[in-house]
Design a protein around this ligand. Structure first.
Ligand code: MG
Length: 289
């Protein structure tokens, strides 16, 4: 895998297609690293060998592996609550088992950060969901720790203070954060820069993503993802704050919007998608200095 510079720019991509082609597609944007996401549809049989070879041949570094789970939907806030991460009880056991598979895959391809959305962590510790989810996170941390892996929670669905209390209560040294500034805006949670300052020492990776706040007149609505630099995050402030807190990991662009385009628009969407990722790369290269 490539040796990376501090604040090296990367891209989040999904491992549902041919590994070599996906890695070459990311490299064609001039990038040497990325986050690799696995949906529930990915069968890991024999896949670690294929990935390890492709990463070595292409001199490409995966800086974190992400899991998405069967049945998750990000349509609006109530749907996220009912479908995402470890919160829904009906899918909790199956998702725990899948998490162990993804952590095994993470270790097998030589990556040391595993991450996912665990869903909205309740602020109230007496909420019936709280203790089972905390205990599940402890088990996952312990499973990851013996494999040399850090478990990074994707941020955005709860305020920084709630996250800090949760980290403290789980009390596992390998539980950290993947900080996604846009999510804090999209979920209407809190202003991202002050949140980053609060949780900074726990941040081991980031998503460079932008967005605008939800429409206050539509209850339960999510905000709108925007091309990097065109939303409400304030990318210069975000990157400067990362420098201030001493973060030296990758700046990994996450651009999700084209995944939701209609089939008819797909060709055009892909073109504009690449175009705005290229602009994002240029913006981050300037800001990282
Ligand atoms: Mg993210």
């Amino acid at each position: 895998m490539a040796t990376l510079r501090p604040l090296e720019v990367g891209l989040m991509f999904w491992g549902d297609q041919d590994p070599l082609k996906m890695i070459q597609a990311v490299k064609s944007l001039g990038l040497r690293c990325g986050h690799l996401g696995f949906t529930a549809a990915v069968d890991f049989t024999g896949l670690a060998e294929v990935y390890s070879k492709a990463l070595e041949d292409e001199d490409f570094t995966v800086t974190a592996v992400f899991a998405a789970y069967d049945g998750e939907s990000y349509a609006d806030i109530p749907t996220v609550l009912n479908t995402v991460g470890f919160i829904p009880e009906a899918t909790r056991t199956a998702r725990e088992l899948r998490t162990y598979e993804v952590i095994d895959m993470t270790a097998a391809i030589g990556v040391d950060i595993f991450a996912c959305h665990i869903g909205f962590v309740p602020e109230d510790h007496t909420d019936p969901v709280y203790a089972p989810v905390r205990d599940m996170v402890r088990r996952i941390c312990d499973y990851a720790a013996v494999r040399g892996i850090t478990f990074a929670l994707e941020t955005g669905q709860e305020p920084a203070e709630t996250l800090l209390h949760f980290l403290e209560d789980v009390a596992r040294p390998n539980l950290k954060l993947n900080f996604d500034p846009a999510n804090l805006i999209l979920y209407g949670t809190s202003e991202p820069i002050s949140a980053l300052k609060l949780v900074g020492k726990h941040v081991v990776s980031v998503h460079c993503k932008d967005g605008n706040w939800p429409d206050k007149n539509v209850a339960g609505s999510l905000g709108t993802e925007m091309p990097l630099g065109e939303g409400s995050v304030g990318m210069a402030n975000f990157v400067n704050t990362l420098k201030e807190i001493g973060y030296t990991g990758a700046l990994t662009i996450e651009r999700e919007v084209s995944l939701d385009q209609d089939m008819d628009d797909r060709h055009q969407a892909k073109l504009s998608h690449v175009d705005d990722i290229m602009k994002a790369v240029q913006l981050l290269e300037t800001l990282r200095g």
